[in-house]
Design a protein around this ligand. Structure first.
Ligand code: HPA
Ligand code: ZN
Length: 326
């Protein structure tokens, strides 16, 4: 069933996961059965998620999300995800959560979902020794108008479990400048910011995201590699990249592990971290990411220690939590 690698027990930190995207297919199938929802079409013959490309992945993702309906569903999801993630040595994890999938942007409903997720995280922390924080995300392809209520939900629940604001979804929908209002709302509330960019949109999308949305971190950001001046700017300003190599390989954002720019970015002085994005969708785990970085680029303990230190310093949690998980 679950293979072990020599890296499985190394303590790890990951900053870029999507909560619903961490749901094992069996978990989603179980919810679908309980609710009589027919989502057979999103599964392959082997029971895994089946998709052809990034846009199709987003469709399959949203179909899976139709089974996640109540705060109780999200409590079960959060607990199951943390139990699984902790098996790979992850001691601290940040995950994207979206009001769009938790009450549709309604503030009163959203508070109940956050309470349920926080409750599960507290329980899992005691049981499995893993700490979770949530980053509220607007969903780009739902339109910039939909990101406004998401940002208000973020600001309203900012402080304990919820530690940041960001944007996920279809990167080629609109330009970063179209989403300034939602990011301004979150920034004015004091929230740290991150945004998916440069997974598909190249260096220009990364540059516009930094300029207009003023983020501390970029989700993926690998497209920056084509613009040396931009890479230098990212290095000098200390913007952190949430790199998800296994995700990039499966979705064909890069042609293979050998072609991944994570080492070039790091060697240019960019702060890089390593995450799984949506592990069961991309047939990955943090142990597998480490194994492939070791196999492909010869990464050793020192390389992994460096990304863990970078991730710890870039985490959106308070300093007390940072010191506790260090
Ligand atoms: N990328 C962008 N948007 C997403 C993803 C992802 O991997 N997962 C869920 N929404
Ligand atoms: Zn992502």
């Amino acid at each position: 069933e679950r293979y072990t690698t020599m890296f499985q027990t190394l303590p790890k930190i990951e900053l870029h996961t999507h909560l619903e995207g961490c749901a094992p297919p069996s978990f989603i199938q179980q919810l679908a059965s309980e609710k009589n929802i027919d989502i057979a079409k999103i599964f392959a013959a082997d029971g895994g998620y089946a998709f052809e490309n990034f846009d199709h992945f987003l469709q399959v993702y949203e179909a899976a999300c139709t089974t996640l309906q109540t705060p109780e569903d999200f409590r079960r999801l959060t607990f199951a995800v943390l139990e699984e993630t902790a098996k790979h040595g992850v001691v601290y994890m940040e995950t994207f959560v979206s009001p769009d999938f938790c009450g549709g942007g309604d503030l009163v409903a959203w508070r109940d979902y956050v309470a349920a997720m926080e409750d599960a995280a507290t329980e899992a922390e005691m049981r499995f020794g893993i700490t979770l924080r949530g980053i509220v995300t607007g969903i780009r392809h739902f339109g910039h108008e939909s990101c406004i209520p998401a940002a208000h939900c973020a600001a309203d629940t900012f402080g304990s479990f919820i530690t940041g604001y960001g944007m996920a979804g279809g990167e080629m929908v609109g330009r970063p400048a179209d989403y300034t209002r939602s990011f301004d709302i979150a920034r004015d509330a004091g929230m740290p910011l991150t945004c998916h960019a440069g997974e598909w949109g190249g260096a220009a999308m990364v540059a516009e995201t930094i300029k207009h949305l003023k983020v501390a971190r970029i989700g993926h950001g690998i497209g920056a590699i084509d613009d040396p001046a931009l890479v230098q700017h990212i290095a000098e300003t200390g913007i952190v990249l949430e790199v998800c190599p296994g995700s990039n390989v499966v979705l064909n954002a890069v042609s293979g592990w050998d072609a991944h720019p994570i080492v070039k970015l790091r060697d240019a002085g960019v702060k890089v971290t390593v995450s799984t994005d949506d592990p069961p969708f991309f047939h990955t785990t943090m142990s597998y990411e480490y194994e492939m970085l070791s196999k492909t680029f010869g990464w050793t303990q020192a390389d992994f220690d460096a990304v863990t230190e970078t991730a710890l310093n870039a985490a959106f949690c308070d300093d007390q939590t940072r010191q506790r998980v260090a």
